[in-house]
Design a protein around this ligand. Sequence first.
Ligand code: GKR
Ligand code: MG
Length: 424
Amino acid sequence: MKIQRVTVTPIAFRDPPLLNASGIHEPYALRSIIEIESDNGYIGLGESYGDAPALAIQQQLQAQLIGLDPFNLNQLRAIVQATVAANGTRSIAGAELAPGSHASKAVSNAYSAFEVAFLDLQAHALNLPLVDLLGGAVRDEIPFSAYLFFKYAQHIDSPYKPDSWGEALDAEQIVGQARRMIETYGFKSIKLKAGALDPEHEVACIKALKEAFPGYPLRIDPNANWSLETAVRMAELLGDDLQYYEDPTPGLENMAELHRRTGLQLATNMVVTDFDEFRRSVALNSVQIVLADHHYWGGLRDTLALAKMCQTFGLGVSMHSNSHLGISLMAMAHVAAAVPNLDYACDTHYPWQEPDEEVVKGGKLPIVDGCVKITRAPGLGLELDHDQLGKLHDQYLSCGIRQRDDVQQMRRYQPQWQTVKPRF
Ligand code: GKR
Ligand code: MG
């Protein structure tokens, strides 16, 4: 079996005005959709970062993959490494909240983008679900958490009508957002994206969530926007309210010190983002839970390797997300299905994407009782809707955004906005 067609299509979809440590989401989020076809007619799908640097590498790789055996993942990796090396690396300002766009992750994110499509193609050819190529499913229902954001009601100079979620800035609005997420999707745990407003206010919102949803595991994620002292102070206020404390403060050393001082379980998608950081984190005991993300950890098989390392060193494992569509969700679900030590519900931004903006046939994938179910259908079990793909590609062409920039977007609201880390 040989690869005879590779298509990389950048798309843009509507994204709500969600607040975070850097600033605010732009009106459109970018992704790339990858289609690989074999000479015997099978198709494999992938979804990855659509930001300009990531996209440029994916597009450079397209032609080089023609003629390759889709089972030869080592050759794929070698081609990706050689292509990235030939390009040199550029450091990208402000990419820390979209780690896949960071220059240091160029190989792992480009490899991952195609690895998922290669595995999907392999699984189609073998008439097996993709998870069977990852060792088989230890579960077929993968739990996700309700991922809450502070948000404005609409984007400044919005190019489209406001989303249906409305403003969420105070505790009552955040509880309302959680209630709608839980009623619609059945989530059993809650994560609050923090680092955007005053820390005491964000902690008060956690308290309100605790009161409104007794027994629900809670997490707060300020994306390293709190100093060590602020993180310690907030830990005192939080007491034992949290299931885990996600990236409150920057750096492996600060996280280690915070754990020493508070004893709280710390999780991260910021200080452990590759195997070298993993090694340093273990030496310092910086984090107790690693949030994996196959998009920048080097694909589904490297995510399994990460999970194994977590098990070896007694760390918990779960999953991080960025704004994404259904191919990514299903890839996350298949790898999560194969991780025996998946200890926590995974993150997903999926509820924030609009129902008319999915690129897979059948529209948005269901999340029921807080879980995504994987089936015995071949591969990821998905097919592309080419009309939808074309529509979202046109939107990419017309939206003008080529690289996520939450800082610049925030300057449209507050012209003096600076990148200060930590801000609080
Ligand atoms: O979408 O604003 C966002 C998040 O802050 C995202 O960029 C983070 O990468 O969800 C992520 C996280 O858990 O840190
Ligand atoms: Mg995080």
